[in-house]
Write a protein that binds this ligand. Structure first.
Ligand SMILES: Cc1ncc(COP(=O)(O)O)c(C=O)c1O
Length: 395
């Protein structure tokens, strides 16, 4: 198919729920190539997913070798690769047990179920889950209800019961929302989709203390922040406030669909055999990709590398903010999860960047979100900063 045929056929047969632009042929390193051969330096990475970029040899090898052995055999059997992936993920996450799912939403569903089971073992009315406004937790009915953005709820009512929303970063509001009927607090340690919001210092510790006080589980959604993106293996490690359980997805599969939730040992038996499951979760091929991703990132000491490159990138973005104070309101984030808040909507900049061979993203209307592959180089960051500088002149 040529480019037009690909686009026309997709538009004819696929549900029109996405706003798409390019037709992609392949990727290499941090660059994507469209079907007409144009190159694009990618600061989106499949939405914070392709930590090792495109066609990384370690992933290609692991996936092809596993595909030739067994891709899927169900969770009625053990596989060596699932055992290795489970151990590696528990080690880097500093948690004790894992359950593999297929996506971020599914991983968060697992956390919600965990909290509900935990709560119901205490008393029947302990089912409330507190989440933050401007959060994003997924697209299933439970996770979109957990998502504190009303536009994701519209037309889908009646929504599942038991969710309460509080402004992110506001400890007093959290305190007011907490009572002994709360079974869990689900939050992103840094909000991604909501506009790259880092909570004030001490917030997560305050939330943890409130959870302890009310015997509620502290649940982190690390779907976007996890796997070295924040400059630590998981963003909770930035200030050391460990959750009772957490989810991860996106980068953990190295580009393969995978999600997971992890728990501390004391929660290992909240689910009894048969209480939770998945046909494809933890299949051999996604575990092979996951294991290769974790092993490679560990070898590269990618947590520290992402912190170092993120600081360099942040410095460049701050210089642009100083140069364009009437256009750029704030730059923020941690590691290689960075946001530039503009004074007006940024969609136009995203389109113009494509014209310059740069893939960037805009979230929450006016926040440019930069989540490149973690293997991005300083030269590539310079290239983006230069392109952004030129775009901001005209913006
Ligand atoms: C923080 C967070 N949680 C959950 C999700 C949902 O993940 P998925 O699209 O894999 O279901 C996302 C996706 O953007 C996310 O950013």
């Amino acid at each position: 198919m040529n480019t037009k045929e690909i686009i026309d056929t997709t538009e004819k047969y696929y549900l029109p729920v996405f706003g798409r632009s390019l037709a992609i042929d392949h990727g290499k390193g941090c660059t994507l190539y469209d079907t007409d051969g144009h190159a694009y330096l990618d600061f989106l990475a499949g939405i914070a997913t392709n930590a090792l970029g495109y066609a990384h040899p370690a992933i290609v090898k692991a996936v092809s070798e596993q595909a030739a052995k067994v891709m899927h055999c169900s969770n009625l059997f053990y596989t060596e690769i699932q055992a290795k992936a489970a151990r590696a993920l528990c080690e880097v996450a500093q948690m004790d047990r894992v359950f593999f799912a297929n996506s971020g939403a599914e991983a968060n569903e697992g956390l919600i179920k965990l909290a509900r089971k935990y709560g119901s073992s205490r008393k029947p009315s302990k089912f409330k889950i507190v989440t933050a406004l401007d959060s994003f937790h997924g697209r299933t009915m439970e996770t979109l209800t957990a998502t504190g953005q009303s536009h994701y709820h519209e037309g889908l009512e009646p929504l599942p019961e038991g969710f309460v929303y509080v402004p992110f970063g506001d400890l007093k509001a959290m305190e007011d929302a907490m009572d002994d009927d709360v079974c869990g607090v689900l939050i992103e340690p840094i909000q991604g989709e909501g506009g790259v919001h880092v909570p004030p210092e001490g917030y997560l510790k305050g939330v943890r203390d409130l959870c302890r006080q009310h015997d509620a589980l502290l649940l982190y959604d690390e779907v976007q922040t996890g796997v070295c993106r924040s400059g630590k293996w998981f963003a909770w490690m930035l200030d050391g406030v460990k959750p009772d359980a957490m989810s991860t997805a996106k980068a953990i599969g190295g580009g393969f669909p995978m999600g997971a939730f992890l728990v501390q040992e004391r929660l290992a038996h909240v689910f009894k055999p048969g209480d939770h499951g998945s046909t494809f979760g933890g299949n051999a091929i996604s575990c092979a990709s996951c294991y290769a991703t974790i092993t490679t990132l560990r070898e590269m000491k990618m947590d520290a590398e992402a912190a170092r490159k993120g600081a360099y990138f942040m410095e460049g973005l701050k210089k642009l903010q100083a140069k364009y104070p009437a256009k750029v309101r704030e730059v923020r984030g941690r590691g290689l999860l960075l946001g530039m808040e503009l004074y007006k909507p940024g969609a136009e900049l995203v389109t113009k960047a494509l014209g310059k061979g740069l893939i960037i993203n805009c979230t929450a209307g006016n926040v440019l979100r930069f989540v490149p592959p973690l293997i991005i180089t300083e030269q590539e960051i310079d290239q983006l900063l230069k392109g952004l500088d030129a775009l901001l002149v005209e913006f």
